[in-house]
Design a protein. Structure first.
Length: 128
């Protein structure tokens, strides 16, 4: 297991997600202050794949440089806000999700066992 590679891939995914959230934030801001630009950015986003945040931003810079810089600023601000909470939330979230999955699996295993027990003949009693 290459932990460094996993960390890099996780970071890349998180950066793209923060780009997506920054785009949503800018679209909402523009909807209030400049509706035509908000519509343009929505249409651009529907044409360009925001799942790859860096490729999306390169394409945006080619068409609307000021919006690209605005999204970079919002993305950086979002990253600063979540960075402090993320490690603990990640650990806690994984632990809770794992616990929930284990409980559900145990319940399923128990239900299967109960059905097997009900369908099988009763154990023979031995009296000494």
């Amino acid at each position: 297991m290459d932990v460094k590679h996993i960390a890099k891939q996780t970071s890349k995914t998180l950066i793209s997600y923060l780009t997506y959230q920054a785009v949503r934030t800018v679209i909402a801001q523009l909807a209030e202050t400049d509706p035509p630009r908000s519509l343009w950015l929505q249409q651009f986003t529907s044409r360009e794949n925001v799942q790859d945040g860096e490729r999306y931003l390169k394409a945006l810079f080619r068409e609307q440089q000021d919006l690209g810089f605005r999204i970079l600023t919002v993305r950086e601000h979002l990253a600063e806000m979540v960075a402090d909470y993320l490690p603990e939330m990640l650990r806690t979230g994984i632990q809770q999700a794992n616990r929930q999955q284990r409980c559900q699996q145990l319940e399923r295993m128990t239900q299967v066992s109960d059905v097997s027990v009900e369908g099988s003949p009763p154990p023979e009693s031995t009296t000494d």
